[in-house]
Design a protein around this ligand. Structure first.
Ligand SMILES: [Zn+2]
Length: 306
């Protein structure tokens, strides 16, 4: 027996040596316009006891946006470019440089469905691709089609079509999250960007109770994502999750708004299950943190056209 076992053992050792390390995956979830005060002063999200969070202004861990206007689309574009972009309003149109998502498809040689954006706000499509169709994007009140013909997907699309839109140009967050969770389980993407919106809308509407409730709901979704990853074996074990926001808000009676008129709305925060990914100072550093997880050299896509 021993003489037969030895070659087997050698073969096993060899196969485990040539087997590549399991691929890394990243889920980036964003909630719109949630202040650091709601995260640190009145902790509305119960973060897991592992990973790390940065952005506590009171502890000199300030993290800021990487645009001068404290507005959504300029922020989303700077995150995906890893650098400030010329965009200054929510109507600036499509990003002009290769995004994080596009680089992942190109350099890791992935199918576009392996790099997915599922967003509540339709303008998110202008932040994640400089060439339309290079990744998988489902943004706004649009039926999702990933080619799976999944009956659960058909059901979600019907539910979505029947639901009203609480805000113009947006799909309701609960539908965006349900679509993203199904997409995660069905496609096991290498990169999934879940972009939510309702928090900012409730704040603009001046309804603090609903703003707070939506932040708590987003925390429950974060935990649901982690619970789901825990059921997904090696894929889940090799997936890093990040949660952040696109801008803060004003203080005092200016809490409902944000912009260059409220300089304090530049402050943001970031949680990650991988504490090395929270060594960031601005939005422009997030791309590099994600690229490092994938073993890529960080790129900053400069201010072309600015
Ligand atoms: Zn806003």
């Amino acid at each position: 027996m021993k003489t037969k076992l030895l070659p087997l053992a050698v073969a096993f050792l060899f196969s485990s040596l040539v087997q590549a390390a399991p691929p890394k995956n990243v889920i980036l979830m964003m909630i719109d316009g949630v202040r650091w005060q709601e995260i640190f002063d009145t902790p509305m999200i119960a973060f897991p006891p592992y990973g790390a969070i940065t952005g506590n202004v009171r502890k000199a861990q300030a993290m800021t946006v990487a645009n001068p206007v404290n507005i959504s689309l300029p922020a989303y574009q700077s995150i995906m470019a890893g650098a400030t972009q010329p965009c200054r309003t929510n109507d600036c149109g499509r990003i002009g440089v290769e995004t994080l998502e596009e680089r992942l498809v190109r350099e890791l040689r992935l199918a576009p469905t392996q790099v997915a954006t599922i967003a509540s706000w339709e303008n998110i499509k202008f932040a994640v691709e400089h060439r339309e169709g290079s990744t998988f994007v489902n943004a706004g009140q649009v039926a999702l089609d990933d080619g799976t013909g999944d009956p659960e997907l058909e059901r979600l699309n019907r539910e979505q079509a029947a639901a009203g839109q609480r805000w113009e140009a947006c799909r309701n967050d609960e539908l965006t999250f349900a679509q993203a969770l199904r997409y995660l389980k069905a496609n096991r993407p290498r990169f999934l960007y879940i972009s939510l919106n309702d928090t900012d809308e409730w704040a603009h509407a001046g309804d603090f109770a609903k703003y707070a409730a939506q932040i708590r709901q987003s925390g429950a979704w974060l935990r649901q994502l982690l619970d789901t990853l825990a059921t997904m074996g090696e894929y889940g074990a090799n997936t890093t999750l990040l949660l952040t926001t696109d801008h803060g808000r004003g203080t005092g009676d200016r809490w409902h708004g944000h912009g260059d008129w409220a300089p304090e709305s530049k402050y943001v925060w970031l949680y990650s299950t991988d504490d090395t990914a929270t060594r960031v100072h601005t939005h422009a550093d997030i791309r590099g943190a994600i690229e490092r997880i994938f073993g890529l050299k960080p790129l900053r896509q400069g201010r072309r056209g600015d």
